[in-house]
Design a protein around this ligand. Structure first.
Ligand code: HEM
Length: 491
């Protein structure tokens, strides 16, 4: 029994009234489920229950309570076991689903692979991927392009970064469009989401065409991953010193086989899938949301462009890691994008024991869904919380004219990368990638939305993406030539 004080038990917790047997099942649209939870949080408060076919989910929306849940892992809370089973059933037995000692072991090797030190030394490769993006646009896009699907370019770029950094394998999907790896990856999250929210595991007895499609994609991915593994095994054979000092994630996983407590082949495959998936959708969707805000606000776009001109000077591209840190405004814009459009607005947990959160006693095994964006959109934490104000993330030292925003700002409440011991180990890598790819796009093109802002909807399929996003691109004069023209004019 939990030994903290509490004033409520789950018998006191209410929620939206459903209908007999089905509960709230027909009150929601699956792809906007997070928005229903956010709306209900306003009505029912920091804890409420939803019920799908008799299965109850406790929704937690208070940021302090959510931080407590995230922090108290793996002891008091674990990832939802049903979610773990579903993800592992597909083949992803790795750091995201592992618990307790297993998780510690998986996390160590993942964190090492994604360490700041590794990302910094890998930086030239990220620049190379950005240059390929630019080459691709130079060769394939006219001066003006309408209704362009920029999200798929971001997806390719993030796949290339992850496969290079973590697997030492240069896929160059940015330029070689015949590779379909991202099409296969794209099927996984929506399916996981559908199965988690499905009250009955129908797919185990009767496979729909989309279930069979997923099996086909997993088989294709297995072949690709087999190639990554073969390359890493060859490297280890040719240079046995890599066994002690592996140069990437895959080598580290394979090298463990000669040591105590090795990773099994299922774990090796599972972690490679995990890394591939975790690194792609999240970063690419965040870049798509960035595009959404920038393309719909010309003032914001010119401000970002001014900073790009200022930092790049006469250069065409960022050339050193230190320069990334000079994009103070763009960084603030990205933070604001992640506050308003976190790609993971909901995280799924399960109580390992009876545990008191806030004033509530939550019994062992309760399914708890933390709804993270409620706090990020609350006036209690951020002034004019629903507005896009990147300046709120700038401090006085970031600007010449003193602190640009003095309103309420509880930065810790926005948790786009999760929190506690299981917070996202790819944060630093993704922040670096996002600056580089955003600069590459925005220095080159002026962007407008091809559809009205209202037509672009939040679509939740385990991660949240902008549905219907499509942009018009107009090539700019290059940054260096604009600067030269300005210099000439001032002479
Ligand atoms: C904008 C980009 C990204 C966002 C918003 C994001 C967000 C998240 C979130 C919310 C979690 C769950 C954290 C928790 O449970 O507290 C997570 C976990 C994870 N992320 Fe990311 N992520 C991003 C990019 C990446 C990248 C680039 C990689 C690797 C290439 C990555 C690898 C992982 C892994 C391995 C986990 C599982 C950690 C664990 O369970 O211990 N992520 N991420």
């Amino acid at each position: 029994m939990a030994n903290q004080d509490y004033s409520r038990t789950i018998a006191d917790i209410k929620g939206p009234k459903g209908i007999p047997v089905f509960g709230n099942l027909f009150q929601i649209e699956r792809e906007q489920i997070h928005q229903y939870y956010e709306q209900w949080a306003k009505e029912y408060g920091e804890f409420f229950f939803v019920n799908f076919l008799g299965k109850k989910i406790l929704i937690s929306s208070n940021p302090q309570n959510n931080a407590y849940i995230l922090k108290n892992r793996p002891s008091k809370f674990r990832r939802l076991s049903k979610m773990g089973e579903i993800i592992e059933e597909i083949g992803f037995y790795g750091v995201f689903t592992a618990e307790n000692e297993k998780w510690v072991k998986h996390r160590k090797v993942t964190q090492q692979a994604l360490s700041n030190k590794n990302v910094k030394s890998f930086f030239p490769k990220i620049v190379q991927v950005a240059e390929r993006l630019e080459n691709y646009w130079d060769s394939n896009l006219n001066e003006e392009v309408k209704e362009y699907n920029i999200s798929s370019d971001f997806t390719r770029a993030t796949v290339d970064v992850t496969t290079n950094l973590a697997f030492g394998y240069d896929m160059n999907t940015v330029e070689n469009h015949e590779n379909e790896i991202q099409d296969h990856i794209a099927k996984i999250f929506p399916k996981v989401n559908q199965r988690i929210n499905s009250p009955l595991p129908i797919w185990r007895y009767l496979k729909s065409s989309s279930d069979k499609d997923l099996d086909g994609s997993m088989a294709a991915l297995k072949v690709t991953i087999g190639e990554f593994i073969a390359k890493a095994e060859n490297n280890l054979k040719e240079d046995p010193s890599l066994k002690e000092n592996p140069s990437n994630f895959i080598e580290a996983l394979i090298a463990s086989q000669d040591k105590e407590d090795p990773f099994s082949w299922d774990e090796i495959f599972g972690n490679i899938y995990t890394m591939l998936l975790a690194g792609e959708d999240t970063t690419a969707n965040s870049l798509s949301w960035l595009t959404y805000f920038i393309a719909s606000d010309s003032k914001l776009q010119s401000k970002v462009y001014q900073e790009i001109e200022h930092v790049l000077g006469n250069k065409e591209q960022i050339t050193s890691f230190e320069e990334v840190g000079e994009f103070k405004f763009l960084s603030a814009v990205l933070k604001e994008v992640l506050r308003l459009k976190p790609v993971s607005p909901s995280l799924y947990f399960q109580a390992n024991e009876d545990v008191v959160v806030g004033d509530l006693l939550i019994p062992k095994d309760t399914f708890v869904l933390t709804q993270l964006r409620v706090g990020a959109l609350s006036e209690d934490n951020f002034e004019n919380a629903s507005e896009f104000i990147p300046e709120r993330w700038l401090s006085a030292k970031d600007t010449s004219g003193g602190c640009p925003f003095t309103g309420k700002h509880k930065a810790e409440v926005a948790m786009p990368f999760g929190g506690g011991p299981r917070f996202c180990p790819g944060k630093f890598l993704s922040e670096t990638e996002m600056i580089l790819f955003a600069v590459t796009l925005l220095k080159k093109f002026e962007l407008t939305l091809s559809v009205s802002k209202e037509e672009i909807k939040e679509k939740f399929a385990f991660t949240m993406s902008p549905e219907n996003l499509s942009v018009n691109l107009k090539k700019r004069n290059s940054v260096s030539s604009t600067n030269l023209m300005e210099q000439n004019a001032s002479i």
